[in-house]
Write a protein that binds this ligand. Structure first.
Ligand code: SF4
Length: 192
């Protein structure tokens, strides 16, 4: 049998590699996966990246032990999920590295006018500053009537752009809040 790059990759799942290389790695392949997720807790969830909403299984270790911080050790597609049947695109397949990324931001940051760097601030300070900016901007720019004199009561100077990890519940609150402020420019990437 000719061993091309394509057949070699396909062989990763079993039969072709067994015959192409002259030995059978299927049991070793199955065993390595078994070892990786042995003793893990499986949590079914949804990939947060886009509105396809693929099902995933998150494997964690240490959930049941005292004085141990649970650790995500593996994320894979959920084979029982009707949307993706176990498959994940490259973004979804890299979820593990998103969860365990030491560059992940865990606190709010702000870059002041004229500054060339971001600084960490606390959540309370971030909420206060955001609220103050929104009120000031809305008060100064609120449009009550359009050019024909019709009442419109809208805020054209604030826009909201949601992220792909926003949930339905979060988007519901965003729409309620922004519409009550009169914000017209409102978009979210995903509708999980
Ligand atoms: S795995 Fe890919 S296609 Fe599926 S929800 Fe995540 S980003 Fe979207």
């Amino acid at each position: 049998m000719d061993l091309t790059r394509r057949t070699f990759i396909r062989a990763g799942s079993g039969a072709i590699l067994a015959s192409a290389l002259g030995f059978d790695v299927r049991s070793a392949h199955a065993q390595s996966r078994e070892l990786k997720i042995a003793r893990t807790t499986e949590t079914r969830s949804t990939c947060p990246y886009c509105s396809v909403s693929c099902g995933i299984i998150i494997h964690t270790l240490g959930d049941k032990a005292k004085n141990v911080t649970p650790q995500v050790v593996h994320v894979e597609g959920d084979a029982d999920h009707p949307i993706n049947r176990g498959t994940l695109c490259p973004k979804g397949a890299s979820l593990y590295h998103d969860i365990l990324n030491d560059r992940r931001l865990l606190k709010p940051q702000v870059r002041r006018p004229g500054s060339d760097h971001w600084e960490d601030i606390g959540w309370d300070q971030a909420f206060d500053e955001i609220a103050r900016h929104i009120k000031k901007t809305r008060d100064e720019t609120f449009v009550t009537t359009d050019a024909q004199g019709r009442v419109v009561n809208r805020c054209e100077s604030i826009a909201w752009n949601g992220g792909c990890t926003d949930t339905n519940e979060f988007n519901y609150l965003v729409v309620k809040t922004m519409r009550s402020l009169g914000v017209c420019y409102l978009e979210n990437q995903a509708r999980v």
